[in-house]
Ligand binder design. Structure first.
Ligand SMILES: O=c1ccn([C@@H]2O[C@H](COP(=O)(O)O)[C@@H](O)[C@H]2O)c(=O)[nH]1
Length: 245
């Protein structure tokens, strides 16, 4: 029987927001017993490049390549083709690029992965960044209405475009589930254990709260990677998740 700790581990994605491949690989070594997947985002990818991703995949590490593609459909499709060749497990585009752009990415990635005999990654969209609060949304970005309504709309568009799920804050999980169903993947950053600092994250929940809401994956970076003892921090987060599974 799979124990709750293992189930919790499958949900945890550690964000490797560090500057060098050495630091990233050191963190992976320390945290492999606690995380089901590791996220390579802009900070690391722009430094270490695709070679690091290839190396991690050769080592059997599950990789979420978080480059948040956002451009016209043709440009995103061509970029997504190159990313598909890396054999990652999850990639993403911005929902605000619109349905045609999302469809272009999904089509190209699936075709390319199949042509190369690679497993097809989950293709998800980023809805509204978790660093945006309601005030910024309405008054700085000038968008009327509630963030939840926008995220629900983006999630529906994402599903209609044939993608597998979304990145959203835990605050929106319930409305996304209602709109898009239980098979639709919901990946949530903005995770802050009670013992950590929010920093630039605005729409946050604790790991246990996010899992109770129904998150499929929790993305956690600094509460683990900036801790004095990263494995201990990751262990504590898994324990908090396991308690509510
Ligand atoms: O809306 C979003 C989309 C992506 N992220 C990414 O998740 C991690 C969170 O890291 P923390 O250190 O736990 O804040 C980071 O890599 C972001 O680029 C997000 O936070 N919000």
């Amino acid at each position: 029987m799979v124990n709750k700790f293992e189930l919790a581990k499958e949900r945890l994605i550690v964000a490797l927001d560090v500057d060098t491949d050495c630091r990233a690989e050191d963190l992976i070594k320390q945290l492999a017993p606690y995380a089901g997947m590791f996220k390579v985002g802009m900070q690391l990818f722009y430094q270490a490049g695709p070679d690091l991703v290839r190396r991690l995949k050769q080592q059997g590490v599950k990789v979420f390549l978080d480059l948040k593609l956002h451009d016209i459909p043709n440009t995103v499709g061509q970029a997504a083709r190159a990313l598909a060749e890396l054999g990652t497990d999850m990639i993403n585009v911005h929902a605000s690029g619109g349905p045609e752009m999302m469809r272009a990415a999904a089509t190209v990635v699936r075709e390319r992965a199949a042509a190369l005999n690679l497993s097809v990654p989950l293709i998800i969209s980023v809805t509204m960044l978790t660093s945006i609060d309601q005030h910024t949304f309405n008054h700085d970005l000038g968008i009327p209405g509630a963030i939840q309504e926008m995220v629900t709309r983006q999630a529906k568009l994402t599903k209609e475009a044939g993608l597998d799920g979304v990145v959203a804050s835990p605050n929106e999980i319930t409305v996304i589930r209602e709109a898009c169903g239980k098979e639709f993947k919901i990946v949530t950053p903005g995770i802050r254990p009670a013992w950590s600092v929010a920093g630039d994250q605005k729409r946050i929940m604790t790991p246990a709260q996010a899992v109770r809401q129904g998150a499929d994956y929790l993305v956690v970076g600094r509460p683990i990677t900036a801790a004095t003892d990263p494995p201990q921090a990751a262990h504590q987060i898994l324990a908090e998740i396991a308690e509510v599974l």
